[in-house]
Ligand binder design. Structure first.
Ligand code: GDP
Length: 364
């Protein structure tokens, strides 16, 4: 599955947020199977109203949303790249995630110490990003000698890698994250193999006080402006409110949100933003037994998409009966779509679209 790591300085609200995420997931666990929760790893359902619509049409017995994994990565402090705090352990945890949700303290509370002494979200972001970049600098500098030797020996791959590494080093030395390195599509794999922390896509989570959950505040505004400049995404959330929402029933939730002037829970927005950040899309399998959502990367072809369900589906892939979500709904389900000629038979080269309702045919 896809993993999003929650990072941030101490006392910014990471654990509060993570616990809210997993408590919500636990509260839903009765309805949703496969909900495994470890101390710092939680799987959350990705909210998707389309799935409920499909299930209603097909009268599915069960609804199974797709999931995203969140990992609470505590222990990042100034100096982590030099081994301070949990240091290396922390960095190793980040290496394993696909994207980073960076929680930034945007609430004032004199009872809760700020590690840097004052509320300054942009400075906090810089502190964290600097640690990631320093760790990357370190790991790349260690590779240069070896790559240079190989490149002299006319190793073509090594030459290309060295070029990529050097370009990345230039950027890191200017204090810019590795994700901004300009690279060709064919370099993407090699770039991924470098395992750079500052290459991961980042989502800023502005943790504001309860009163600002709907509107944001001056601190979160500053973060959003910065995110817009970087082409990044920022979400405003109140971790306190989310932890309250996590403890009330679904029925009470709508009223509670309305009182606060919120359209939906911040966690739902966060989960969806994480989904977008990872450039993920959803396809569906729908039948009387269950309606289920599956997650794939945008651009995935039908056999690989089938492989998410079972490797046999990919190995023995023949074709995929495919109905666009809109057609499925407008034509009242599979039979209607088939009659209207909207059920397509797609082959191995078909690139799955977001919302496709699919039925795979395969050899065993
Ligand atoms: P972490 O160190 O980043 O994991 O931070 P925690 O989630 O443990 O939060 C640190 C302290 O800040 C706790 O006492 C939380 O109750 C408190 N806290 C978290 N979010 C908020 C918030 O939105 N407003 C206020 N006033 N306190 C918060």
């Amino acid at each position: 599955g896809f993993k999003c790591g929650i990072v941030g300085l101490p006392n910014v609200g990471k654990s509060t947020l993570f616990n809210a995420l997993t408590e919500t997931a636990a509260a839903q666990a009765a309805n949703y199977p496969f909900c495994t929760i470890e101390p710092n790893v939680g799987e959350v359902a990705v909210p998707d109203p389309r799935l409920d619509k499909l299930a209603a049409i097909a009268k599915s017995g069960q609804i199974i949303p797709t999931r995203l994994t969140f990992v609470d990565i505590a222990g990042l402090v100034r100096g982590a790249s030099k081994g301070e705090g949990l240091g290396n352990q922390f960095l190793a945890n980040i290496r394993e995630v696909d994207a980073i949700a960076h929680v930034v303290r945007c609430f004032e509370d004199s009872d809760i110490t700020h590690v840097e002494g004052k509320i300054a979200p942009l400075a906090d972001i810089e502190t964290i990003e600097t640690e990631l970049m320093l760790a990357d600098l370190d790991s790349l500098e260690k590779r240069v000698d070896n790559l240079t030797k190989k490149a002299k020996g006319n190793d073509k791959d090594a030459k290309e890698q060295l070029d990529l590494v050097n370009r990345t080093l230039v950027l890191l030395r200017e204090g810019k994250p590795a994700r901004l390195v300009e690279r060709k599509a064919e370099e993407e794999r090699a770039f991924g193999m470098l395992g750079l922390l500052s290459s991961k896509p980042v989502l800023y989570v502005c943790n504001v006080e309860e009163g600002s959950a709907a509107t944001g505040n001056a601190f979160s505004k500053a973060v959003q402006d910065q995110a817009a400049k970087e082409g990044a995404v920022a979400v405003v959330i109140s971790a306190k409110i989310e932890s309250e929402i996590a403890t009330i029933s679904r029925e009470e939730r709508a009223d509670f949100l309305e009182t606060l002037g919120l359209e939906e829970a911040g966690l739902d927005r966060l989960i969806r933003a994480g989904y977008q950040l990872l450039d993920l899309i959803t396809y569906f399998t729908v039948g009387p037994k269950e309606a289920r959502a599956w997650t794939i990367h945008r651009g995935t072809k039908a056999p690989a998409a089938a492989g998410v369900i079972h490797t046999d589906f990919e190995k023995g892939f023949i074709r995929a009966e495919t109905i666009a979500f809109e057609d499925y709904v407008a034509l009242g389900g599979e039979a209607g779509a088939r009659d209207a000629g909207k059920l397509r038979l797609e082959g191995k080269e078909y690139v799955v679209a977001d919302g496709d309702v699919m039925h795979f045919r395969f050899n065993t």
